[in-house]
Write a protein that binds this ligand. Structure first.
Ligand code: GLN
Length: 492
């Protein structure tokens, strides 16, 4: 490998990196070493929860052997890191929680296994909010992650460590999970590209469950082109192991990248541009929409009238499912067991009291409450009915448009500690990402410039079911015409 390439290795796209690996311009070991060194040098960003150089380099050596033999997969030798929500055989998994401290899974999640099958080398596990509950990564039981654009600010959440790793060039690509915005919002706050596919596209097997009817995995990288490549590798049916896995063959999500957006009808929901949207974010989105118009797209005003209701609906359904999912953490089978107990029920109680953080406990209590006998109809059932209406609203909208565009979040990334003891402030900031999650629709975040404090702004693109290729194509066309996705933090 020549010196010049070593210097810029971390700025290469996944596509370029994998071509260089295949052409033997660099080796998988060199690539892995480069990113491991950078990741250690930037440890103050708090991106990683676990690294293991021996494991990473062993995987890289195996990739080099396959590259030499010409038997490699589509991503042979490409280093990636995974959100610590995906269980992994070779690295510990915590889900950002003390209750899983020291847990080692006996198997790999399907998403991780799919990437490994294509030759990906794992750099380690990435910081996140505890059980993916949060919008700032401050709910991680270990350490907050910091936004590389301004380290006094949050990177977003819950896939905060994932977004930091890509933005700070500690990994060319990563995985994230999105239950109510956790891929799109940190991607937006850190100036990178991320996509949450249609619910059921990526297997949930081995993804530590938060809210099973909403949880969905997706890739985060610097460009839509890279995301398309990664999404193709990670998705596919997993019918025996995930009851909500879609029975659809694996797809090539890169197939529409070259398609022009001339004539594309972009729906602009008026509810996404109300008073709550800050002026800097609005200006960046307006600007990006103008770019689309220059490329021949047509803007169509649409309505998503139940946008506001998505907050109470989500914050009933997600905690309800969480309270059920998290009952498995009882100190018996895995994770933390309290030393302070006299009988079984005390062991459950103390293990959970010591192991879970405040936000997780809050959600378990809300969930148990809305599911309880006297309140089920008033809260949970009602929320389910409105969830259906939110999904129907999208179907109305897709009668007149091909994709929907709007902000990802009402503001740019806020400062650490800003939302302090006010969880509601976090919940309200999820308003634009929750609707697509509740409907199970694919959504992505695309960088569209900088706002207040020089912080990145992301535009959200939402498509109808199974339209990932179309969304990625529309994003790629914008990224061909502009260079917002190439901007990077000054310190990187
Ligand atoms: N911020 C939302 C929450 O705290 C979404 C989290 C997520 O998508 N995992 O529930």
């Amino acid at each position: 490998m020549n010196q010049a390439m070593n210097k810029d290795l971390h700025d290469l796209s996944v596509l370029a990196l994998s071509a260089h690996l295949r052409d033997k311009k660099i080796s998988a070991v060199e690539a892995a070493q480069h990113f491991l060194t950078r990741s250690r040098a930037h440890s103050q960003l708090g991106a990683y929860l676990a690294m293991n150089e021996d494991v990473t380099l062993a995987q890289a050596r195996a990739a080099d052997a396959r590259l030499a033999a010409g038997t490699g997969g589509t991503l042979e030798g490409v280093p990636m890191a995974h959100k610590d929500i995906f269980v992994t055989k070779d690295f510990p998994t915590t889900a950002g929680s003390k209750i899983l401290e020291g847990y080692n899974s006996p198997f790999d999640s399907t998403v991780v296994a799919n990437f490994q099958r294509e030759g990906v080398v794992c750099l380690g596990k990435l910081n996140c909010d505890e059980f993916a509950m949060g919008s700032s990564n401050e709910n991680s039981a270990y350490a907050p992650a910091r936004n590389p654009w301004d380290t006094s600010r949050i990177p977003g959440g819950s896939s905060g460590g994932s977004a930091v790793a890509v933005a700070a060039r500690l990994a060319p690509a990563v995985t994230g999970t999105d239950t109510g915005g956790s891929i799109r919002q940190p991607a937006s706050f850190c100036g990178i590209t991320g996509i949450k596919p249609t619910y059921g596209r990526a297997s949930r097997y081995g993804m530590v469950a938060f809210a099973s009817s909403l949880d969905q995995a997706g890739p985060m990288a610097r460009s839509a082109e890279d995301c398309a490549l990664l999404l193709s590798a990670m998705c596919g049916p997993d019918l025996d192991r995930d009851s909500t896995s879609l029975d659809m063959p694996a797809e090539d999500f890169s197939r529409s990248l070259t398609q022009s957006v001339d004539g594309l009808r972009i729906g602009v929901p008026k509810e996404f541009f109300g008073d709550g949207l800050s002026a800097d974010v609005r200006a960046a989105i307006d600007n990006a929409l103008k770019e689309y118009e220059k490329l021949g797209a047509k803007l169509v005003p649409i309505e998503l009238p139940r946008t506001e209701l998505s907050i109470p609906v989500y914050y009933i359904i997600a905690p309800a499912e969480a309270s059920s999912n998290l009952s498995r953490f009882d100190g018996v089978k895995f994770g933390h067991r309290s030393k302070n107990y006299r009988d079984l029920s005390e062991m459950y109680r103390e293990s959970r009291t010591e192991g879970f953080g405040d936000e997780v406990k809050r959600r378990i209590m809300i969930g148990a409450y809305v599911l309880s006998h006297g309140y089920y109809d008033a809260y949970y059932l009602q929320a389910q009915k409105i969830r259906r209406m939110i999904a129907d609203d999208f179907q109305q909208a897709f009668k007149v448009c091909d994709v929907i565009a709007g902000p990802v979040a009402p503001t740019v990334a806020w400062h650490l500690g800003d939302h302090g003891n006010d969880p509601l402030a976090d919940y309200l900031a999820d308003i634009f990402t929750l609707p697509a999650s509740l409907a199970g629709l694919p959504g992505m975040s695309v960088p569209v410039g900088l706002g207040e404090g020089g912080m990145p702004v992301g535009m959200q693109l939402i498509g109808n079911y199974f339209s990932e290729a179309k969304l990625l194509g529309a994003a790629h066309q914008l990224q061909l015409a502009t260079d917002w996705h190439l901007a990077k933090p000054a310190t990187v």
